[in-house]
Design a binder for this molecule. Structure first.
Ligand SMILES: [Zn+2]
Length: 284
């Protein structure tokens, strides 16, 4: 019997705008019962049931394009954007190639973007993307993409923890999710001060199957702050949670506001509103 393939290589090569290396990005086959959708988590993450034929599949391993030579990483629509990549940006990203590789070393023993991706490459692809987006212009919504990348890295770190428990991957997940909570909150702050826009974002995700739009971002700000918010000062934490609660109330608002919004988001939003309320009472 032929091996049950989960992925294939893109027919057309991708050329790295930093080092000129040409490679074939790995893409997931979507049909044939590979994606056996399960529940949606309170973080809007879609679970997939393993199938007998394909085993466990992780569709999130493949969205980020990574150059196997210099480890430049970005989402497909940004991997090569000639008009938006200044000479300075390209030269900084070129210089940081070694830094990127060093950054991943403490996380996994072996990472190789020439081979078919494993959870190690999948997680690393998001950590690398988060680092590369730090150099991206404000018009391309870098805070949003950094938050999204750390969120997905956190989910995949949880997956690897399930496969290989007792290797501290749960701790790794916690760190990534804390970073995600920071950057999602930054999205809100930068929107308000007008220093970054979300105009360039077409798929807010946060997962690949559903686009919850800007409402999803607002919801995630609340859920991530509640679960992973890094603020230790209780007065400051209360202030952040209060602002998150106001934001969430806008999504689940009654009457006109909630028209046309996915009911799953409204239900989760209401639960979140009450959970934040409880936490605020506990903080005093
Ligand atoms: Zn490259």
């Amino acid at each position: 019997m032929a091996e049950a393939k989960i992925t294939y290589r893109a027919k057309d090569p991708t050329k790295c705008p930093l080092c000129g290396h040409q490679f074939y990005h790995e893409v997931m086959h979507t049909g044939g019962g590979r994606m056996n959708a399960a529940n949606l988590s309170d973080e809007l993450h879609r679970g997939y049931n393993p199938s007998q034929k394909y085993g466990a599949v992780y569709p999130l391993l493949y969205p980020v394009v990574v150059c196997p030579q210099c480890w430049y990483a970005a989402y497909p629509k940004h991997f090569m954007v000639p008009g938006s990549m200044s000479k300075d940006m390209i030269s900084t990203l070129q210089k940081k190639s070694d830094e990127r590789k060093k950054m991943i070393r403490p996380l996994f023993d072996h990472v190789d973007f020439k081979r078919d991706r494993t959870l190690a490459e999948g997680i690393s692809s998001y950590v690398l993307a988060a680092a590369c987006y730090d150099e991206f212009p404000k018009t391309l919504s870098p805070s949003f993409y950094r938050g999204l990348s750390f969120l997905r890295a956190g989910w995949l770190a949880r997956d690897i923890n399930t496969v290989q428990p007792n290797e501290h991957y749960d701790y790794m997940a916690e760190i990534f999710l804390r970073k995600a909570s920071f950057f999602y909150y930054e999205v809100l702050i930068r929107q308000e001060e007008g220093s970054e826009t979300l105009e360039d974002v077409t798929h807010y995700g946060p997962d690949i199957d559903t686009n919850f739009g800007f409402d999803g971002v607002l919801y995630l700000i609340g859920v991530l702050q509640l679960k992973y918010g890094g603020e230790r000062n209780s007065a400051k934490r209360a202030a952040i949670l209060k602002s998150a609660q106001t934001t969430v109330s806008k999504i689940v608002g009654f009457g006109e506001f909630s028209k046309g919004k996915p009911s799953v988001l409204l239900d989760l939003g209401r639960e979140l509103y009450n959970a934040i309320k409880k936490e605020l009472q506990a903080l005093g």
